[in-house]
Write a protein that binds this ligand. Structure first.
Ligand code: SF4
Length: 292
């Protein structure tokens, strides 16, 4: 019997108290949800094609981190995703079977390689098909370039199946919607971003070529690839742990310090490569991260 819910604490560490039996089941379910199995005939998935070429090349060469079975943000997204998909199967069950497709893998050929794509939902509508994908995100999120790319790649793949795509949407679910700071932005934790379908086959082919070059010579990730937060300079009042203001350069902070009372100081806030530290699936094999 569980002494405390595993969902209230990490699945390891001193604070974790649970029966071994419960732990095995919980770990297995997270592992199943978080491990993606790649079809060997597929060169890359749509989302993989949009990731930095260095990540793609390392993954294709077999250098991936071991499956992370902790309840981190990515795995939470996968689990919530599965919940959405299950309820969709139930709610669309009354429609004719040929009017929707839920989470099926499709493949298209671009620049001689097979690219895989798995839209969360394809729905038959007037004049063709609509693509839908769910994203678990924060209420401050705007439509991302990656979402645009992903749905456009799906549309190009579907064209190879003779399916005309007339619309593409992201259903964004805000996991922090209850946060009072965002309460004024949306009156629901769900919103829909319409994604313009602007890509031609050449746009997908360009990405394939970039990845194939990375297979031959591993390129470095750029600060943008690494989601690097730049170093900033905080103007701090003595005795306070909160910055009065943050500045992009030391010079700007020094100028502000000169105009402030004597009990202020400048604190450097180091830059952080967020993707490397928290989200990169190959970080344990990356020499660039280790500075080698
Ligand atoms: S750890 Fe960072 S630098 Fe290395 S592949 Fe991942 S994102 Fe790129």
């Amino acid at each position: 019997m569980l002494e405390t819910s595993p969902f209230l604490s990490p699945l390891s560490g001193p604070s974790f108290k649970a029966s071994q039996e419960g732990l095995v089941h919980v770990r297995e379910s997270i592992e199943k949800a978080s491990v993606y199995t790649r079809d060997g005939s597929v060169y890359e998935s749509a989302t993989g094609l949009l990731a930095p070429p260095r990540i793609g090349a390392l993954k294709r060469a077999g250098y991936t981190n071991p499956a992370d079975t902790t309840l981190n943000v990515s795995n939470m997204g996968v689990i919530m995703h599965q919940g959405m998909t299950s309820s969709l199967r139930f709610s669309l069950a009354h429609l004719p079977k040929d009017s929707y497709v839920i989470e099926e893998r499709f493949h298209g050929k671009f620049a001689g390689e097979t690219i895989g794509g798995q839209p969360d939902l394809m729905l038959k509508v007037k004049g063709g098909w609509e693509i839908w994908d769910w994203k678990f995100t924060t209420a401050t999120q705007r439509a991302k370039d990656d979402w645009h790319g992903q749905l456009n790649i799906y549309a190009r793949i579907m064209e190879q199946y003779g399916r005309k795509i007339v619309g593409a949407n992201i259903l964004a679910v805000f996991r922090d919607w209850r946060d009072v700071r965002h309460a004024h932005k949306y009156d629901s934790p769900f919103t829909v971003f319409n994604i313009p379908l602007t890509w031609g086959n050449n746009d997908v082919e360009e990405l394939v070529v970039i990845h194939k070059k990375a297979d031959e010579e591993l390129p470095p990730c750029t600060p943008e690839d690494k989601w690097e937060r730049p170093t900033r300079f905080a103007l701090m009042k003595s005795g306070s742990s909160r910055a009065k203001k943050l500045y992009d350069t030391l010079e700007e902070a020094q100028l502000a310090l000169g105009n402030s009372a004597a009990d202020y100081r400048i604190e450097e806030r180091g830059g952080e490569p967020i993707r490397c530290d928290r989200y990169c699936p190959v970080s344990k094999h990356c020499n660039q991260l280790r500075g080698i």
